[in-house]
Design a protein around this ligand. Structure first.
Ligand SMILES: [Zn+2]
Length: 183
C-alpha cells in the first residue's frame, strides 16, 4: 500500500475498494501541480541539500470526481463478498488458503458468474469435487458497490497513519498501523 490517502471533494475516500491510496511521490507532485489540497502531513520531511519537502498523508481533490461504481468480477472481490469465509463449512481463512468453487461444476455447464462462484477452503473444495447436491450456506449473488464497501469494512486493514481513521471510520479493532519506511 502507498502512503497517501486520496479523498474526493466530499471528504470520502475517492475509492473504497480497493482503497484510493497513492505513493508519497505522487502526493508531493500533485500538491505542487495544484491538483490537491493536503489535510494531514507526516511529521517527517524529505531533505535535499537545498530544500526540505513535507510529505502528505491525507489529500483531497479540488473537484468532485464521480467514481466508477461497477464491482469487478474478480477472485479478490468474491472473497470480500463472502468475508473470507468458506461458503460450505463457514470458517474464515487467510486469503492464501482460499480458493473459488463453482457451485454447479463446470462439467455440468456451471458458469463463471457471481451467482455460481463462491469462496471455498481447500478441504471443502476437495470434498465437493463434481457433486451437485452440496449447496453453499448463502445463495451467492452480485453485490453493488455500497454493499461491497460494507463488506470490505469488515476486513482487517493496515494503514500508515492513525489519523486516517477519522476519514475511514473503519471498525477500530480491524485497523493495524504500520508506519511507512520514511518515518
Ligand atoms: Zn470449508
Amino acid at each position: 500500500m502507498g502512503e497517501v490517502l486520496v479523498l474526493n471533494a466530499d471528504v470520502q475516500p475517492y475509492r473504497w475498494n480497493p482503497l484510493s491510496v497513492v505513493s508519497w511521490k505522487w502526493g508531493i507532485k500533485s500538491y505542487y501541480l495544484g491538483k490537491i489540497d493536503v489535510l494531514e502531513w507526516y511529521a517527517h520531511e524529505c531533505r535535499s541539500p537545498s530544500t526540505r519537502i513535507k510529505i502528505p498523508s491525507v489529500v483531497i481533490l479540488h473537484e468532485y470526481h464521480r467514481a466508477r461504481l461497477r464491482v469487478n468480477f474478480t477472485k479478490r472481490n468474491i472473497f470480500i463478498r463472502d468475508l473470507h469465509r468458506c461458503q460450505y463449512c463457514g470458517k474464515a481463512f487467510p486469503v492464501i488458503e482460499l480458493t473459488c468453487d463453482h457451485v454447479l461444476p463446470r462439467s455440468h455447464g456451471g458458469q463463471n458468474s457471481w451467482e455460481n462462484i463462491v469462496t471455498c477452503c481447500r478441504g471443502c473444495n476437495r470434498r465437493k469435487g463434481q457433486r451437485t447436491d452440496i449447496r453453499p450456506l448463502r445463495e451467492p449473488r452480485e453485490l453493488d458497490y455500497w454493499e461491497m464497501v460494507h463488506a470490505v469494512k469488515q476486513m482487517q486493514i493496515t494503514v500508515p497513519d492513525p489519523r486516517w481513521q477519522q476519514y475511514l471510520q473503519w471498525p477500530g479493532e480491524l485497523v493495524k498501523i504500520r508506519h511507512p519506511h520514511f518515518l
